[in-house]
Design a protein around this ligand. Structure first.
Ligand code: GDP
Ligand code: MG
Length: 297
């Protein structure tokens, strides 16, 4: 993973502040079954996480995800540690009643808030383990139309509890033009439905370079992703992570081909701290307030 993640290049203040304790980030993937959630996790970690720790053979499929499972890895770059946890969830549609599938997801997010609340209320609290979900990657089916009714329902359940990062799954199924049109319809739907997705905060003291980088990243939202942990041969003979078709090869790490690189940058380099801060200061605070009101406190 050397030179691959890039969090060692975080801005200096964060870098200094966090260098000793290291960074931690908890990500959850949510979406219908078969959209490539488990595959994307493998792609993010650049390793096979399910089954033997060897590169997956072509044609060997991942088993269906039947329960919430988390995968963790400690990644180190230039002496900086990142403790990354990705929570994989069963897809909707894996259950007879769809409500059952997303209810489990909401319960899992709430349970993490509750555990944090409990720890905070302990009289002799020391360092609290932060198991709260800092980012939720929401997978949208590459229909080319718009959000489904189920997407809207689930997103409305999620958006006040987690930072939503919408992605278009299996974007290799759509042409560039279809993708552009699909992206703008999804954003219009999201706005129309009043769904909140994660937006980068703007700071006055950000330099121009940072602002430009942020704009470039978020201009891609909803991120068109392609997942693959298999190496395939590119036109020029290089072995790259991608998906191979009779008409050519889609490269996961090529920004001309998909937005995977931008998504990874956002998560573990440019917005790691903002995702954590919004979780702690807004989403968790809101949860906590509601909980205390509920308990009549
Ligand atoms: P999950 O149910 O959302 O976890 O989906 P999986 O990761 O198990 O993937 C389901 C199937 O889709 C597998 O056969 C994957 O190889 C395939 N797949 C995963 N990502 C992509 C992608 O980006 N493009 C295409 N075309 N297929 C994908
Ligand atoms: Mg899965």
């Amino acid at each position: 993973l050397n030179g691959y993640v890039g969090f060692a290049n975080l801005p200096n203040q964060w870098h200094r502040k966090s260098i000793r304790k290291g960074f931690s980030l908890n990500i959850m993937v949510v979406g219908e079954s078969g959209l490539g959630k488990s595959t994307l996790i493998e792609t993010l970690f650049n390793m096979s996480l399910y089954g033997p720790k060897t590169p997956r053979q072509p044609g060997h499929e991942l088993a269906k995800t039947i329960e919430i499972e988390s995968v963790t890895a400690d990644i180190e770059e230039n002496g900086v540690r990142l403790h990354l946890t990705v929570v994989d969830t069963p897809g909707f549609g894996d259950f007879v009643n769809n409500t059952d599938s997303w209810k489990t997801i909401i319960d899992n997010i709430d349970a993490r808030f509750d555990a944090y609340l409990d720890a905070e209320n302990k009289p002799n609290r020391v360092v609290i383990n932060d198991d709260r979900i800092h980012a939720c990657i929401y997978f949208i089916q590459p229909t080319g139309h718009s959000l489904s009714a189920l997407d809207i329902t689930v997103l409305k359940q999620l958006h006040r509890k987690v930072n939503i990062i919408p992605v278009i799954a299996k974007s290799d199924m759509l042409t560039d033009e279809e993708l552009l049109a699909f992206k703008s319809r999804i954003l219009a739907d999201i706005a129309h439905q009043g769904i909140e997705i994660f937006q980068p905060p703007k700071y006055d003291n950000d330099d121009e370079e940072t602002q430009l980088e942020n704009e470039e990243i978020f201009a891609k939202s909803p991120f068109a992703v392609v997942g693959s942990s298999n190496l395939v041969q590119a036109k020029d003979g290089r072995m790259i992570r991608g998906r191979s078709y009779p008409w050519g090869v889609i490269e996961v790490d090529n920004e001309e081909h998909c937005d995977f690189v931008k998504l990874r940058q956002l998560l573990i380099r440019t917005h790691l701290e903002e995702l954590r801060e919004r979780t702690a200061n807004q989403l968790y605070e809101q949860y906590r307030t509601n909980k205390l009101l509920e308990l009549g406190m």
